[in-house]
Design a protein around this ligand. Structure first.
Ligand code: ZN
Length: 338
């Protein structure tokens, strides 16, 4: 039964905190892989019939066209597992052998990591919290894809919400974390619901905190600045490889130095690192339960005044990393690897 198979699969993915499930066609069967802490792990093999039934069942549930295999498709649907809502995003591609490959990305409710638990060194988190606690303006997160920017942004918003009860509205494409108390809006560019379109409406909805998934064009950047200058706290991410890169990126997006000087509260850059597990003597095996979190973030942060004065962070990621090595959190060689 594909439904039971799916429930088993999701329960096991949830237990291991997998972010994605892959059903990949092989020559005469399917391999099921989990993405665990960024690693690609083979979990089990399915027969062709078993996997195809499961794929058809999932496509049907996600209102995808089950008769169409040639064209890549995407779909989504939600399922309750142990009273917890899990949202599945599906993507299919046809392999040259004529078999479909399926990837399921999992998003679950209540998976927001508390901001102060995101890193072993709290200095920058405290600064960010203090800077945003009573202020309006724009705070930007940057880092590579998969560095946990969006988790950090949610973590901070959650902390601010818990301390002061604020109205939080998120605008994203797609929503990556679910929060019961946040009003979460999804971009749908095909339907004309772009970032700037939604942001305009959101401003009329009396928010205190606005989370914008990503600033990637001039219009969104301008709207974010406008929101920040009209008494809102705006949290967002930009694609940049370093703290300095954030300012370059913002200038590239057409923002003037005076706009930025007026609205920026702070800029943060982050990298994610695997924590050293002494029991597994290095990186954790999929079933290791020794470490609750297998990875951690290190931040670099500059607050308003520092942005314009020196443009380097005194407590750099490299410095925190070296400290982490002394404390036994990291293995020496892993700084260069990620
Ligand atoms: Zn371990």
């Amino acid at each position: 039964m594909p439904q039971q198979k799916l429930i088993q699969l999701l329960a096991s993915a949830k237990e291991l905190h997998a972010s994605d499930i892959h059903l990949s066609p092989q020559r005469d069967n399917y391999h099921c892989y989990f993405r665990l802490n960024g690693d690609f792990c083979l979990m089990e093999a399915y027969s062709l019939t078993e996997a195809q039934k499961l794929i058809t069942y999932l496509k049907f549930q996600a209102s995808m066209d089950i008769g169409e295999k040639r064209r890549p498709q995407t779909g989504q649907y939600e399922i309750l597992l142990d009273h917890q809502k899990i949202s599945l995003r599906l993507s299919t591609l046809l392999d040259k052998s004529g078999l479909e490959s399926l990837v399921i990305r999992l998003f679950s409710e209540g998976d927001i990591l508390p901001f102060y638990k995101s890193t072993p060194f709290l200095h920058h988190c405290l600064q960010m919290f203090q800077n945003t606690e009573k202020n309006s303006g724009l705070l930007l997160f940057s880092g590579k894809t998969g560095s946990g920017k969006s988790s950090s942004m949610y973590g901070l918003a959650e902390l601010l919400y818990q301390t002061h009860t604020r109205k939080v509205i998120t605008i994203e494409n797609p929503v990556e974390h679910y929060h019961q108390a946040f009003l979460q809006i999804e971009i749908n560019e095909k339907a004309g619901l772009t970032y700037q379109e939604i942001l305009r409406e959101v401003l009329r909805h009396d928010p205190d905190i606005i989370i914008i998934g990503e600033i990637r064009d001039n219009e969104t950047a301008q709207m974010a600045i406008r929101a920040a200058l009209t008494g809102h706290l705006v949290l967002s991410t930009v694609h940049a490889g370093s703290l300095k890169g954030i300012l370059n990126r913002l200038t590239e997006l057409g923002l003037s130095k005076s706009d930025l000087a007026e609205s920026l509260i702070g800029i943060s850059h982050q990298r994610i690192f695997s924590l050293y597990c002494p029991l597994c003597a290095g990186k954790c095996q999929p079933y290791c339960t020794h470490l609750k979190e297998k990875r951690t973030v290190l931040y670099e942060y500059l607050e308003h005044d520092a942005i314009w004065k020196q443009q380097t962070c005194a407590l750099s990621i490299a410095r925190q990393f070296r400290k982490g090595v002394c404390y036994g959190y990291f293995k020496t060689q892993s700084l260069e690897r990620r």
